[in-house]
Design a protein around this ligand. Structure first.
Ligand SMILES: [Zn+2]
Ligand SMILES: [Zn+2]
Length: 365
């Protein structure tokens, strides 16, 4: 197979061409070589394909940089094939329509159904561990009375006379052939003698349905799951369903990437003497040892008790911040003991306080 031609040569521009120059050059080449204007001309079609491929790469800053650096190998996978097949052309139709408007417009047969967006709220635990949710959606379904044809029982569906069933009308305007969606049939290419009473000739009816949606473990608030083809049904295919996942806040846990943060109160004696405490995790309570002399605010890490890494391997950790609580009410005995403790320790011997006073002195001397 011959090596693919240089993209800049295909469009006839220099390597330093601006995006505007590239757009203009592509428009010129595509106008000359468009298959609609050169029916049966294989060379013109090949040229149009080459130009489209070159434009798809050079009009995208990221892809252009990669191509400049690595040439065609930037878009070649181990599987071979031409780059044309592997470049994402999903938005390319829109680019062409934006560039050429009427000249390429109206080529689509019928309309594609619209996309639907729904929100589903999951609990913090469900977002971390995964869940299956039922969602209710409203979408258009193929009409069961007429099996989607739009015609009443016994009535005929014939090709539209105005466009000969093509759904578009083509007009020769000097140099250009301009096509527009046919107005007599609304672009469907069909003429219905008597419309179906259930769907008024549309072929589809609104319906509400329930769908099961799998919420993967590790999903984040605001992330979107797209179910291809689960949107509105149209004559040229169904749109997509976008499920926006909302994660409800949790009273104890906070998410930090794949880690879970939680604050756990401990008492002054526990902090001083050390203790074994219960810590809540996503999978229930676990025991955690606190060493003697733990300062308030110290963070302990429970490995692997966090959230699974979405689409990856492993889990995050749970970060437990211990907060030493000061009791707001104490009884007489406790008061007496604490007063004795204070007398025993004395104000100046507390290590952290001493450090603090030293620092204060350094600051002002
Ligand atoms: Zn028509
Ligand atoms: Zn119907």
């Amino acid at each position: 197979m011959a090596p693919p031609p240089d993209y800049y040569e295909v469009l006839g521009v220099s390597r330093s061409a601006t995006s505007d120059e590239i757009k203009k050059a592509f428009r010129r080449v595509a106008m000359e070589s468009h298959p609609d204007r050169n029916p049966g001309d294989a060379a013109a079609e090949a040229r149009f394909k080459e130009a489209s491929e070159a434009f798809a790469v050079l009009s995208d800053d990221e892809k252009r940089r990669r191509y400049d650096r690595m040439g065609h190998s930037a878009f070649q996978s181990a599987g071979g094939g031409t780059p044309y097949e592997r470049i994402d052309f999903s938005s390319f139709g829109e680019i062409l329509e934006g560039l050429f408007g009427d000249i390429l417009g109206g080529r689509r047969k019928g309309r594609v159904g619209g996309d639907i967006e729904v929100e589903v709220t999951v609990s913090f635990e469900e977002s971390a561990l995964g869940a299956e949710k039922t969602i209710a959606i409203e979408r258009r379904q193929s009409c069961s009375t007429c099996a989607g044809s739009g015609a009443a029982e016994g009535s005929r569906v014939s090709p539209c006379a105005a466009c000969q069933g093509r759904g578009e009308v083509r007009l020769q305007r000097g140099f250009f052939s301009v096509s527009r969606p046919c107005t007599s049939c609304g672009g469907t290419g069909r003429r219905i003698e008597k419309p179906c009473p259930t769907c008024a000739g549309d072929g589809s009816v609104p319906s509400s349905e329930e769908l099961r949606v799998v919420v993967p473990a590790g999903v984040e608030d605001g992330s979107v799951r797209t179910l291809k083809g689960a949107g509105e049904r149209g004559q040229a295919g169904a749109g997509d369903l976008h499920v926006v996942i909302r994660v409800a806040p949790h009273p104890l846990f906070q998410r930090d990437g794949a880690d879970v943060r939680v604050d756990v109160p401990i008492s002054f004696p526990q902090a001083v003497l050390g203790a074994q405490i219960d810590v809540p995790t996503l999978e229930g309570k676990v025991k955690m040892r606190i060493p003697a002399g733990t300062q308030s605010g110290k963070v302990f890490r429970l490995r692997g008790k966090g959230i699974p890494v979405l689409g990856g391997y492993g889990k995050g950790d749970q970060l437990v911040k211990v907060v030493v609580e000061v009791p707001d009410k104490i009884n007489k005995t406790q008061r007496k003991l604490i007063e004795e403790l204070a007398a025993e320790m004395g104000e100046d011997v507390h290590p952290q306080r001493k450090g603090f006073l030293d620092k204060l002195r350094e600051l002002f001397e």
